[in-house]
Design a binder for this molecule. Structure first.
Ligand SMILES: [Zn+2]
Length: 102
């Protein structure tokens, strides 16, 4: 597990993106450096009850969150955090997750 989620920040104008982009949407720069964002606010939660082709599937909660840096990203939720909750972000095997801040 890695704390925070990797984002890509335009070297020129400092705008952060997730996922990675080829060109900056703001200044059309093409140089990025990675950065980490550790906190987000939950905007919307949905539950995946079934997955085709998957047996023994446990319902999973996913959330659309707005990071403290402004990106909107989709993360897996590891607890009962709902809309408006502040969550800490982490990554497991490249996938972004969130859970309530301790
Ligand atoms: Zn830029």
């Amino acid at each position: 597990m890695t704390a925070g989620v990797t984002i890509w920040r335009c070297v020129n104008c400092r705008t952060g993106f997730f996922p990675e982009r080829l060109l900056c949407a703001r200044c059309h720069g093409d140089k990025f450096e990675t950065d980490t964002v550790a906190e987000a606010t939950v905007e919307e939660v949905s539950v995946i009850h079934h997955m085709i082709g998957q047996e023994n599937w446990q319902p999973r909660r996913i959330a659309s969150v707005r990071t403290s840096d402004g990106q909107r990203i989709t993360v897996g939720l590891r607890d009962a955090s709902g809309p408006g909750a502040t969550v800490e972000l982490f990554q497991e095997e490249q996938a972004p997750f969130g859970r309530a801040k301790p």
